[in-house]
Design a protein around this ligand. Structure first.
Ligand SMILES: Cc1cc2nc3c(=O)[nH]c(=O)nc-3n(C[C@H](O)[C@H](O)[C@H](O)COP(=O)(O)OP(=O)(O)OC[C@H]3O[C@@H](n4cnc5c(N)ncnc54)[C@H](O)[C@@H]3O)c2cc1C
Length: 395
């Protein structure tokens, strides 16, 4: 049994002041209008060179980012590791548009892989395929529109960057996650990911993981199909299972362009899809490895219950639980304390570069049906528990 409401374990690493700050932040995020206009205002002020970096650094940045550089972030990696929580790092600057920027992204991933191979607290790395190529190319490839000569050459460079990352990851013994993006870019990403899994996931362990967004209506059938392919061709399917982060954008585009939305009609439908995928994966662990990217207690509990029923050890090598740094600590640290394999996503980078990532975190915590009310009440409980403990000590 894992008790997620054990706040003493969940917030062991946070000082009172950090917890109060986190409480205030999650409260601010719950104001939809503030987040919607706040994000735009921050970008506008930065463009005008108004000095707000200090404020951001001491608030949202501190909550969700590990540091400005990989080296800066190592102290946190060690602290987490002491509590049985592993990490994976990602240079969180987004939207590279030039070849130079894309090569810089490649170098960041290669450096992270090299760094990770020397540290058992960093068993995974990650990349976003669109950091290695323009979205224009991914869109055309996904829609099966032929590329012209120049585009074909650029696409060959994208494939080369991705292949280099995967090859290096395998050679260093690090698992590599490929993030899922918008549906109109994803078909091209899926094809590359499958190719990489076929090449690098031979043997007992998966090294390359693709991401499956279960808010998409078609993903369960896609997963079933891939499992069949993996069974037949004898490679491991690395599966990062998530619900999906781009719901509003997906629905809006579908309305604007007049096609049926690829997204499930309700949260319940997404959950049903997600649970069916979980069952499929857990019943086929001989052919796949699960990386559960979720802040839902219910989903984590489902996996824990399955493992208990099957009498699996908590540190089963093919099951990983993952949450973002700064979120769902009650899930991460309580699972880790019971011996489950837990891994935190640690984004890093200079304040100005990671603003889009931070705005997405704020928006995610605002969206209706998200986990922030739970987060808020747990932080409040922990602050209360600490006050009470201090009072009793003084008596
Ligand atoms: C480690 C990690 C890695 C991640 N990587 C990716 C990634 O590569 N790509 C990506 O897209 N996302 C990624 N995410 C984000 C993830 O997809 C979810 O957006 C986020 O975690 C919230 O879902 P949840 O499972 O935590 O919990 P919940 O709070 O139970 O679910 C919220 C989610 O349910 C879905 N939902 C909510 N309302 C509706 C509705 N009305 N109709 C249909 N569906 C609805 C949405 O997907 C929403 O995000 C990642 C998350 C984590 C923790």
């Amino acid at each position: 049994m894992v008790r997620f409401e054990n706040t003493k374990t969940a917030y062991k690493l946070k000082t009172d002041q950090e917890l109060r700050k986190a409480y205030l932040l999650f409260r601010l995020f719950s104001k939809q209008l503030l987040v919607r206009f706040g994000g735009k205002l921050v970008l506008f002020l930065l463009r005008l060179r108004i000095p707000i970096k200090g404020i951001l650094k001491n608030t949202v940045y501190q909550q969700f980012c590990a540091g400005a550089t990989e080296n800066d972030s190592m102290e946190l990696v060690d602290l987490l590791s002491d509590l049985n929580v592993k990490s994976y790092m990602h240079y969180a600057a987004e939207g590279q548009r030039t070849d130079k920027g894309m090569d810089a992204s490649l170098n960041h991933v290669l450096e992270t892989l090299s760094h990770s191979s020397a540290n058992s607290a960093l068993p995974f790395a990650v990349f976003k395929a669109t950091a290695f190529g323009s979205t224009h190319l991914f869109k055309k490839k996904s829609a099966e529109i032929p590329l012209d000569k120049e585009e074909s050459a650029a696409w060959a460079r994208v494939l080369d960057r991705i292949r280099r990352c995967c090859e290096y990851a395998k050679s260093k013994g690090i698992r590599l996650l490929i993030d899922a993006e918008e549906s109109w870019l994803q078909k091209a990403i899926d094809e590359i990911a499958l190719d990489m899994m076929r090449q690098y996931n031979r043997g007992e362990q998966a090294f390359i993981f693709n991401t499956f967004q279960m808010y998409r209506k078609d993903r369960l059938a896609y997963l079933e199909n891939l499992l069949e392919i993996a069974q037949k061709e004898k490679f491991q399917l690395g599966i990062k299972l998530v619900r999906g982060a781009y719901m509003e954008k997906e629905n809006l585009r579908a309305v604007e362009k007049g096609y049926p939305s690829p997204i499930c009609v309700s949260k319940q439908a997404t959950d049903a899809n997600f649970n069916a995928a979980l069952k499929l994966i857990l019943e086929n662990l001989n052919r796949c490895e699960l990386f559960l990217g979720s802040h839902s207690e219910e989903s984590a509990s489902k996996v824990v219950k399955w493992m208990e029923d099957q009498k699996m050890p908590p540190n089963h090598p093919k099951i990983w639980f993952s949450q973002l740094y700064g979120m769902a600590d009650h899930i991460s640290f309580n699972l880790a304390a019971k011996g489950y394999q837990v891994i935190k996503y640690l984004p890093y980078g200079p304040v100005k570069e990671v603003i889009p990532y931070l705005i997405r975190r704020a928006e995610e915590n605002t969206s209706v049906g998200g986990q922030s009310p739970r987060e808020l009440s747990l932080i409040k409980n922990e602050l209360k528990r600490r006050r009470k403990a201090k009072f009793q000590k003084q008596k």
